[in-house]
Design a protein around this ligand. Structure first.
Ligand code: ADE
Length: 222
């Protein structure tokens, strides 16, 4: 998979993709991630990318020309263009699965007060990572890249994500334990030490259900 990130602040990403599972996925050529500063596409003599809003109001608005030219230079017939915005569709695990099947993603990160409404016409999909407003689309783009990359074949052990919380069954993950069996008076449930895999599966399912009822009853309503 190829991911192109269209941003005014490519340095914000340094470090994030240079560790752990994403780094390994890049090293294994499962994904290539490239950054494109749309300021480089500005036709303004001072490389301006934003201006004041028509009709007045606070803050600066991203102009269409640099983002259009940047995205159009990257787009092919296989591209899916995603705009990160608080007014987008709420991001869910199912969307990460669907997007992990794409060949080429172009992620547009807005910044400042917002972007010119005409930029929306470039996007196949508008995504919000939650009902709060961040300073820009860079952190949401990191969230998408992380959640999608771990689903690529060969990135992690497949069982790990088959059992993830928020898969189609809408249950939270069951609790997991490792050594030692007794820590500060807290015991690992004996069923997990029993070696009886049928009982273990049943215990895990019941625990998933119990945790979901307690922590996220809204998921069970679905
Ligand atoms: N840009 C600013 N806030 C955002 C959010 N919550 N989701 C996606 N993009 C954003």
């Amino acid at each position: 998979m190829k991911i192109d990130i269209v941003t005014l602040f490519p340095n914000m990403f340094s470090g994030v993709f240079e560790e752990s599972i994403i780094k390994r996925a890049i090293d294994r050529n499962l994904v290539s991630i490239n950054f494109h500063n749309f300021r480089d596409f500005s036709l303004d003599p001072h490389h301006k990318v934003d201006d004041t809003p028509y009709g007045g109001g606070a803050g600066m608005v991203l102009m269409p020309q640099p983002i259009f030219d940047c995205v159009e230079s990257l787009k092919t017939k296989d591209s899916k263009v995603i705009l990160l915005t608080p007014s987008g569709i709420p991001y869910k695990q199912k969307m990460a699965y669907d997007l992990s099947k794409e060949k080429h993603l172009i992620l547009i990160c807005g910044h400042y007060e917002g972007f010119d409404e005409r930029i929306r016409t470039l996007a196949d999909l508008e995504i919000s990572i939650g009902d709060y407003v961040l300073t820009g689309g860079e952190i949401p783009a990191m969230v998408l890249v992380d959640s999608i990359t771990r689903l690529l074949k060969g990135a992690i052990n497949e069982r790990s994500h088959i059992e993830d919380s928020f898969n189609d069954n809408y249950l939270l993950d069951y609790p997991t334990y490792t050594k030692p069996p007794l820590f500060r008076n807290m015991e690992v449930p004996s069923v997990l030490l029993s070696g009886d895999h049928q009982k273990i599966d049943e215990y895990r399912y019941q625990e998933s259900l119990r945790k979901t009822k307690e922590l996220r009853p809204d998921l069970l309503e679905k």
